[in-house]
Design a protein around this ligand. Sequence first.
Ligand SMILES: CC(C)(COP(=O)(O)OP(=O)(O)OC[C@H]1O[C@@H](n2cnc3c(N)ncnc32)[C@H](O)[C@@H]1OP(=O)(O)O)[C@@H](O)C(=O)NCCC(=O)NCCS
Ligand SMILES: [Zn+2]
Length: 263
Amino acid sequence: MHMGSARVSSGCKKSKKYVQSRLQIGKKRNEVIKCSKCEMTYSPSVINDINAHKVYHDMHLKGRKWSNSWGLEVNSFANDNCYVLTPPSSSSSKGVDGGFFDDRIVMIRPDFAGEVKAAMELLDIVNDELNAPHDENDFWSQNRGQGKAFVYIKNKRAVGVITMEVLDSDRGRWMVYNTKSIIEHVRPNFLVGISRIWVCRTERCAGVATRLLEVARDNTIYGKTIEKWEVAWSQPTESGGKLASKYNGRKHKSGKLLLPCYI
Ligand SMILES: CC(C)(COP(=O)(O)OP(=O)(O)OC[C@H]1O[C@@H](n2cnc3c(N)ncnc32)[C@H](O)[C@@H]1OP(=O)(O)O)[C@@H](O)C(=O)NCCC(=O)NCCS
Ligand SMILES: [Zn+2]
């Protein structure tokens, strides 16, 4: 079996319908299929593979089940957005979309082993999808770490996550959006970097990542709101690049769109 390694871009404007594709390798009894929804390749005749696929599939599409006691609830205080998740006291508990006000964002506390483990498992899914290293967690999972992890909870599932790290001053770079090339001769100073950001497939294009970014800016450094222009991206993917260009890309006088990145 093979966990989804291909990066599939799901444009926000595209239809969300999926088609089951079948990739047959070898003889029928060794048949391997690739699930077009979660991108995992597995053998439908091997019971362990079927079970592994079910777990992986649900996590990718719907997120990870999340206990109410995991994480410390946090909000965004920034005044230039409408991403405060707590409803005004006069409103009903249901948002227009039938659930928005029940959504919560929590910060992972390094001292609480249960929530750290759950967040690690969520990030395993993310790293599989991004083909990214699985060992870049110390900055949010350890007490002396210079960063934080935030998880977006909807209907008792973790449907999104962001990990944000405080950067040393020499790591900032500008990336030209169209060509993905790095501008080598300038060293912009960015305060924090987004190590990972991910939203499960069924919840994409509904503003979840943007809300995670807003909350992370307000809660990564105690008592300080990090400005949008102080946030950098790490090797943005196709969808990450689109999010970055909308969120804090900057137009250069040459007309090119630059993304704040870090190495
Ligand atoms: C990138 C990702 C986190 C975006 O999450 P999201 O919750 O869908 O993002 P948002 O809904 O907050 O998007 C905000 C804006 O970013 C842009 N955007 C985000 N994803 C986009 C996409 N796939 N295509 C086009 N525009 C996109 C849009 O302008 C969008 O605003 P709009 O819908 O009003 O036009 C999500 O697609 C994902 O998890 N991808 C897989 C993991 C990954 O690649 N992470 C990035 C690592 S750098
Ligand atoms: Zn699947």
